[in-house]
Write a protein that binds this ligand. Structure first.
Ligand code: ADP
Ligand code: MG
Length: 463
């Protein structure tokens, strides 16, 4: 009847608007490469900030000693302690705790957020045994992984450019986040030095390199998304400092803020963006990352409910609540293999308070999830191709046997299997068989924290 025809028409339109044929993905990849060049050429030259990380040496395996890391992501934060044994022994020991960030702190004051973080750090240290006592007079050292755009001014200082991913704390913007953290640590009465400030992508790159010398880039697909890679310092026109001995500089792309006329945007993306905390910003992130995928599905479903009355005459009130449908729920529905789609049924009931759904409705919802996840995953693959192009690794080089490894991490990549499979398949499709063989995607499990600790080790005040 008319209602189903209408629903089918809306879905069909969505599918067309979200279409990512290979030719389009190549345009996206090319645009990414172009923006990378522009961002490296001059400060403010591109939507891509291409931030100089001050990391000009990646871990070698020789790092030694006891180091801490703090990893502030978008959803959780972790406190980590690693014991590094040097060349022969590697990572001897690691311990961590994970705490979710109370929502009120994401939109409160800078002091409240940093106090909370420092208090957790202090608790973590207070619990440790005598084996972790440092010799008298020796300060503990910490690497701070901070997954928001920061204008670095040295390896352990940098000011916040803006918040992303649902954080909005005005008084932190423009402040040195290391100074903020250090003050909070001091208020806790803890004696600890912040030796390195790194973006999570840079941490993941470092953690990945520690395990595999062929790692040259890192991509995060979590609450948000971003990428970092190793650039030749000479290829960074905006860098006016001394050329590092290594000749290399890690660049934090801040690719979440990428945008291009080639990106397939729908009415749902436009309204999501307009109503977000950061309208006009982070458009790539809003298409591909975990914070937003479920919300895009909710918006499309809401429109179908309004126009095709698939849940009856009135739109179920919960369906109108922004961000109520989270990406882990979307992913669970997408992965539902039961013949009657029980998982979909339960999530509709428990999250959206919609009961008595027909199988037909549940199938429609799985299809929605598939359309939105596929677009995100394929665009993420195009982004990676853009980085590989910049590195000159998108073509076959005669006689070259060395692998090019991209370290990936983040909850979305790790848990949303349909998404990560689609992303990897699309990358293979884009690269072709021959080049595809030399490119490896490696899951770097929680490399960002360990990476920050490794970078803190190589910038220790005691070296
Ligand atoms: P962050 O990006 O905050 O540092 P993570 O890398 O742990 O943290 O990613 C967490 C994000 O990953 C969540 O916000 C969510 O969007 C996504 N995620 C977590 N679990 C799942 C899941 N099962 N399916 C899909 N996405 C998930
Ligand atoms: Mg993270």
């Amino acid at each position: 009847c008319g209602q189903w025809a209408r629903a089918a028409a809306i879905i069909k339109e969505l599918e067309e608007k979200c279409g990512t044929p290979i030719a389009k993905l190549r345009h996206v990849a090319d645009a990414m490469t172009v923006e990378m060049h522009a961002g490296l050429a001059s400060e403010g030259g591109s939507k891509l900030k291409m931030i100089i990380s001050y990391v000009d040496n990646l871990p070698t395996g020789n790092e030694k000693g006891l180091f801490y890391a703090l990893d502030l992501g978008g959803t959780n934060f972790r406190v980590l302690r690693v014991q590094l044994g040097g060349k022969d022994r590697g990572l001897v020991n690691q311990e961590f705790t994970e705490v979710s960030i109370p929502e009120n702190l994401m939109v409160g004051t800078s002091e409240a957020l940093f106090n909370f973080i420092a208090a957790e750090l202090s608790k973590f240290v207070a619990k440790e045994g005598p084996e972790y006592q440092l010799p008298p007079g020796r300060q503990r050292e910490l690497g701070f992984t901070f997954s928001f755009p920061v204008q670095q001014s040295s390896i352990n200082s940098g000011s916040l450019i803006k918040w992303t991913k649902g954080f909005s704390i005005d008084d932190t913007v423009g402040q040195d986040v290391v100074a903020e953290l250090s003050k909070a640590i001091e208020r806790q009465g803890l004696d600890m030095r912040v030796s390195a400030l790194v973006n999570d992508t840079v941490g993941t790159l470092a953690g990945g390199r520690y395990n595999n010398p062929d790692v040259v880039a890192a991509v995060i697909l979590g609450t948000g998304t971003n990428a970092a890679y190793v650039e030749r310092a000479q290829a960074i026109p905006k860098w006016h400092g001394l050329l590092p001995k290594s000749g290399d500089m890690v660049i934090n792309m801040e690719w979440g803020n990428f945008r291009s006329a080639h990106l397939p945007l729908t009415e749902y993306d436009h309204s999501l963006d307009t109503e977000s905390l950061n309208p006009g910003d982070q458009i790539f992130e809003k298409l591909i990352s975990g914070m937003y995928l479920g919300e895009i599905v909710r918006r499309a479903l809401c429109r179908i409910a309004e126009e095709a009355s698939i849940f009856g005459e009135t739109v179920p009130p919960k369906l109108k609540v922004p961000f109520i449908l989270r990406t882990p729920d979307m992913s669970a529905m997408h992965h539902d293999t039961s013949y009657d789609l029980k998982v979909v049924r339960d999530i509709l009931k428990n999250v959206l308070e919609i009961s008595n759904t027909s199988l037909k409705v549940r199938k429609l919802i799985v299809e929605l999830c598939n359309i939105v996840a596929t677009r995100g995953a394929r665009l993420a693959a195009a982004g990676i191709l853009g980085v590989l192009k910049k590195l000159g690794k998108d073509l076959v080089r005669i006689g070259e046997k060395q692998k090019t490894v991209v370290a990936l991490d983040g909850g979305l990549f790790e848990h949303y299997t349909e998404y990560s499979k689609c992303m990897e398949n699309t990358l293979r499709e884009l690269l072709g068989e021959e080049v595809g063989e030399s490119i490896v995607i490696e899951h770097s499990n929680d490399g960002s924290g360990i990476g920050a600790a490794l970078i803190a080790a190589s910038h220790s005040q005691y070296l």
